[in-house]
Design a protein around this ligand. Structure first.
Ligand code: ADP
Length: 526
């Protein structure tokens, strides 16, 4: 991870990106929590109501049992059954607060009134069903403005004694002679239920609001890096560098702490910016270097031709020849430069094409085909040609062949020849003739090592300074600052690009004043 150069502190994150995302997240959390709270709240309420209802019903049953004992004590086993007045001892004794008792005969006549004298409401259906000897009926109603639960049960005459029903309430064995109504106030129950509902609602609302706030804060915190990323991307898109619309790629997104997915997104984004920045910078440098290199020969040609045009008549023949030869030499250099730039452009285009596509379209102009190449044959052939050229030029450099192992590699003849030619040209160019008896020698060898063909070009030339060595494969780099030898500074970068295209590797070792060795490693054809 490269060091962060600039951060977007100056660029305020626009709140556009995550507004909807954050809102959606919060709404999702909120809805989930609301559903969960609602479900558990209702369940709790249902269970509590059920438990309270059961306990009220059981209290009602107890009251009814006690009152029935009093009624059966007073009524007779034979007509007219009813005494003039009923005495409800237990009710009168304890005056159970919130409990009222009423006794009716089969004609709906009140035999024992409630303590306040008000009637306990009773529907005809309930009365009929109870008088028909059905099970006790429980219902809710209002007595003296109070919400009550009522139990209505039949009174049977104790004609043949008294027995108990399933609830333990004493019952006569004779005919149904009336009805006992016991009403219990639900004021306490209602108050408890109201308190419970209020508490549940309040705690539900508080929990929901708390969850919404917490999820809003969490979403804001989690999404902040994303909004910073968007802000940075927008700032880059909106910025201009030296008047171009290229964008300032030196900006970086602040790296969040931790190693979570978002931190990885930020890191990857920053890495992408860094590689875009270096690629753009390399491209810019390349264009600047290329135009600079192209301008130099053009200036010479232009100058020479302009001078010749003006002074063609007065210039001696010999001088005219020299100026034309200079111009011609520069056009050759220009052509060489354009040719090399074209090779690099083609190689770059190839490198940008995915491997599968390269293999699918092998015949494209810029694209090398990839049949196996007999490397040893290419090397020996090239050496023969170069030897001829060297002896033709009268060069004293000895071009020697070292150990050559037959090797087949995947690649194209043309690229391999070009790589070898660049290395041999350089070796010859940078190996001066020693007048002190030293040997000026260039040796080529080809061996196999670990599934790779290792092609070595060794010279006894001027060597390369250690500080220049790491840069020699850069485009337009020339360690020979005095420009004492012809060259464009593109040869080695072309060689490296071509070697990499063949999935190989190129390295250089050198001792200044003693010589250099360039090694090309290419995978052997299986
Ligand atoms: P050029 O056209 O200048 O030779 P290259 O890209 O082929 O460009 O080489 C880059 C630089 O590396 C050269 O300018 C030279 O300084 C250095 N160099 C390359 N090969 C050798 C060598 N065999 N011996 C010494 N220096 C070399």
């Amino acid at each position: 991870m490269k060091a962060v150069k600039h951060t977007t502190e100056a660029v305020k994150p626009k709140q556009v990106l995550h507004r909807s995302l954050r809102l959606r997240l919060v709404l999702w959390y909120g809805s989930l929590i609301a559903v969960a709270l609602g479900f558990f709240g209702l369940l709790f309420l249902f269970l509590t109501t059920d438990a309270i209802t059961k306990s009220v019903n059981s209290a009602l049953q107890t009251e009814a049992r006690v009152a029935m004992v009093d009624v059966l004590d007073d009524v007779q086993g034979a007509p007219p059954y009813w005494p003039d007045q009923l005495t409800m001892r237990v009710v009168d004794t304890y005056r159970n607060p919130g409990v009222v008792v009423e006794v009716l005969d089969t004609h709906n006549q009140v035999r024992y009134p409630t303590s306040s004298g008000s009637r306990i409401p009773l529907s005809t259906d309930t009365m009929r069903s109870v008088l028909a000897g059905q099970a006790p009926v429980i219902y809710e109603s209002e007595v003296d403005g109070q919400h009550v639960r009522v139990q209505a049960l039949a009174i049977r005459a104790p004609t043949h004694g008294v027995s108990s029903n399933a609830n333990g309430t004493p019952m006569g064995n004779g005919p149904v002679i009336g009805m006992l109504l016991v009403a219990k106030s639900l004021a306490d129950v209602d108050a408890t239920m109201l308190l419970l509902r209020t508490l549940l609602l309040l705690s539900g609302v508080i929990t929901l609001v708390g969850t919404l706030i917490a999820s809003w804060l969490i979403a804001t915190r989690v999404l902040r890096p994303l909004s910073e990323l968007v802000a940075t991307a927008r700032a880059i898109a909106a910025s201009t560098v030296r008047g171009t619309r290229l964008g300032n790629l030196s900006w970086r997104v602040p790296q969040p702490r931790g190693r979570d997915e978002l931190a990885q997104v930020m890191e990857t984004f920053n890495e992408m910016l860094a590689s875009l920045e270096s690629a753009t910078e390399a491209q810019r440098r390349f264009v600047a270097d290329a135009s600079h290199e192209l301008r130099a020969p053009l200036t010479t040609i232009q100058g020479n031709l302009a001078f010749l045009q003006r002074h063609v008549k007065e210039l001696p023949q010999e001088e005219r020849q020299i100026m034309l030869a200079d111009a011609h030499k520069e056009t050759i250099r220009l052509a060489e430069l354009v040719e090399e730039l074209l090779v690099l452009a083609c190689a770059d285009a190839n490198n940008d094409t995915p491997l599968e596509l390269q293999e699918m379209e092998p015949d494209k102009e810029c694209r090398p085909s990839a049949p196996p190449v007999e490397l040893d044959r290419v090397v020996l052939q090239l050496i023969r040609q170069l030897r001829k050229r060297l002896s033709g030029e009268g060069s004293q450099v000895q071009l020697e062949v070292g150990r050559i192992e037959p090797s087949r590699v995947q690649g194209d003849d043309e690229s391999i020849r070009r790589i070898l030619l660049i290395l041999l040209d350089n070796a010859i160019k940078y190996t001066p003739i020693h007048n002190d008896g030293g040997i000026s020698r260039v040796t080529v060898s080809l061996e196999q090592n670990d599934g790779q063909a290792v092609l070595r070009v060794r010279d006894t030339g001027i060597g390369i300074d250690p500080e220049d060595l790491p840069h020699i494969f850069e485009r337009f780099f020339r360690a020979d600052r005095a420009r004492s030898r012809q060259g464009t500074g593109l040869g080695l970068s072309i060689a490296q690009t071509l070697v990499e295209q063949l999935r190989g590797n190129i390295t250089a070792e050198s001792i200044p004043g003693k010589g250099s060795t360039f090694s090309v490693l290419l995978p052997l054809d299986a």
